[in-house]
Design a protein around this ligand. Sequence first.
Ligand code: 5GP
Length: 188
Amino acid sequence: MSPAPSAAIHPDVRRVLFDEGVLRARARELGRRITGDYAGRRLLVVGVLKGSLMFLSDLLREIGAEVDVHVDFIAVSSYSGAASTGTIRVLLDLRENPEGRDVLVVEDIVDTGLTLSSLTETLRARRPASLEVCTLLDKSVCRKVPFSPKYVGFEIPDEFVVGYGLDYDERYRQLPYVAILRTPNDGQ
Ligand code: 5GP
């Protein structure tokens, strides 16, 4: 029998950092913590598109029935044109009103911190009752502005990673693991 498509490692990958099992186990741990922290409450989970999509779906199924979960999405532009200010542009806005709600933003990765510090500022202006961030990956060594997410899956070094929702030029999002790509210097 041929292996499932997900079992083969993509030829562009140099190293797998976190495989499916490790990612699911960490999502379970974070889901349990979130369940404990929000038990008996209504929680608006905001997925930041597109990178958070796989992490969000794994995390959601680990949040227990004790939490009344609602899900919404937001998409923001990268700050590339305005790196000095860190200002983001909202490309796709929430449909739910966060005012007076407990809000948990779910992101794929925090790098410089510019995106999330700007996004949380934007959301805070809408007066949620509480606002926290859960990120799968944290490159805290790369911060340009102080930002500390409450829930972190894994701390990683300053490496560009793909897979499990994260892309390079819109590619590799479907890989079921988080990996570092080969560079031309790696050879084959
Ligand atoms: P920050 O504003 O914190 O510098 O970066 C946040 C965004 O940059 C992430 O949401 C993601 O889109 C992108 N990013 C930062 N580091 C990486 C990485 O290692 N891999 C990928 N695929 N995207 C990254």
